[in-house]
Design a protein around this ligand. Structure first.
Ligand SMILES: *Cc1c(COP(=O)(O)O)cnc(C)c1O
Length: 387
């Protein structure tokens, strides 16, 4: 048996007639740039997230960048974000000329640790950018409280969390503005690059609409210096086909996660927590990734690879240890939780179309490797039970 990490073609087959028709519709109409399907998708996605507005852009990275630029965040400003994230989060901040200020991860959820944010605030702080890593919403209530107290914005990096919920509210509707990615492998994936900004702030919407389209409101009348970060009409049409399936697909991911958790419960590996504690049932992880932890990560990954099971590491090098961000002046040891995760995390295959047989095969193979796998550690702070 061969288990890929994701299988985008399998998903395409389930919606092939609709997707083909949507693409053909755009080809017939040929309104390729900011066409009708872009407006339609923006309306649908805003409604889905529970925000007043959505603005389609060409990637998740662009969505983050344009939110920051839309708020006028730039040189001399600081934006607090997670050390434990994908590089795009920090790149979007630095590309605007602002400085990413990193905060270590919570050892249970792997998301930004709200208790360490306060210490990172300075008079230059303009925003906090929590990342809903792997599809699990960051603990937003304490983050919002700190932001209110210091009068700074909260910008969600919701790239991995389309459809996730925090205390009943959708990711994207938890702060001042949020960025989504429609990179093909994300929970709501386009057939190429895409992204969206969602917000209920009309002033921000006005700015980002200008910024994504060369600074023009009316054609050839350029009010500000903008960029070209538009969402393709073809991608918008595909996204409108896919959006009605997102909840079912995320439900399938959650069911797969539950099955993994059952099958792996007695093994000495740490399973994803569905914290933060106290959030109760209204917390919905969207399981963009299913990440386990073990001190014997290399061995386990190799064992799974030999059994034709594809795995990933998200991410092997945290932001503060990336050569690209040497300028920030961080050192090894600055973010101990993140650095430890980097050596122990392993992402197992996770996508809606994953079959029960494949999940059993993956779990069985992890079990086989068990005799070589040691508990990640016995240090209580890094331990948690399966949910
Ligand atoms: C995917 C991703 C992005 C960037 O999205 P792109 O559409 O690839 O530009 C940003 N942040 C996080 C956490 C991501 O996972």
């Amino acid at each position: 048996m061969n288990v890929p990490f994701v299988d985008l073609a399998a998903q395409y087959r389930t919606i092939q007639a609709e997707a083909d028709a949507a693409v053909a519709g755009v080809l017939s109409k040929s309104d390729f740039v900011l066409g009708e399907a872009v407006d339609a998708f923006e309306e649908e996605f805003a409604q889905y997230c529970g925000t007043r507005f959505a603005i389609g852009v060409d990637s998740g990275y662009s969505a983050l960048e344009l939110i920051l630029r839309g708020y006028g965040i730039g040189p001399g400003d600081e934006v607090i974000t997670a050390a434990n994230t994908f590089i795009a989060t920090a790149l979007a901040i630095s590309t605007c000329g602002a400085t990413p200020v990193l905060v270590d991860a919570d050892p249970t959820t792997y998301n930004i640790d709200p208790q360490q944010i306060e210490a990172a605030i300075t008079p230059r702080t303009r925003a906090i950018m929590p990342v809903h890593l792997y599809g699990q919403p960051a603990d937003m209530d304490p983050i919002l409280a700190i932001a209110r107290q210091h009068n700074v914005r909260v910008i969600e990096d919701a790239a991995q969390a389309a459809g996730a919920r925090y205390k009943g509210r959708r990711a994207g509707n938890l702060g001042d503005a949020a960025a989504f990615s429609f990179y093909p492998a994300k929970n709501l994936g386009a057939y190429g690059d895409g992204g969206a900004i969602v917000t209920s702030d009309p002033d921000l919407v006005d700015q980002v609409r200008l910024l994504r389209n060369l600074g023009q409101r009316a054609k050839y009348n350029h009010e500000i210096k903008g960029y070209n970060h538009r969402l393709d009409t073809l991608q918008a049409a595909v996204l409108s086909v896919k959006l009605p399936y997102l909840d079912a697909w995320n439900g399938a991911r959650r069911a797969h996660a539950q099955r993994y958790a059952q099958l792996l419960a007695d093994l000495p590996v740490s399973l994803p927590a569905t914290g933060p504690a106290g959030a109760g049932e209204a917390m919905e992880h969207s399981y963009h990734l299913y990440v386990i932890r073990t001190a014997e990560r290399e061995m386990l990954q190799q064992h799974l690879g030999q059994a034709d099971i594809a795995t990933g590491i998200h991410y092997p090098v945290p932001i503060h240890l990336q050569p690209a961000f040497a300028e920030l002046g961080y050192q090894r040891g600055d973010f101990p939780v993140t650095e430890r995760l980097m050596n122990e995390i392993l992402s197992l295959p996770m996508y809606p179309e994953l079959s029960p047989v494949a999940i059993e095969y993956v779990a069985h193979t992890v079990r086989q490797a068990q005799k070589y796998v040691r508990m990640a550690d016995s240090e209580p702070a890094m331990q948690h039970a399966a949910d």
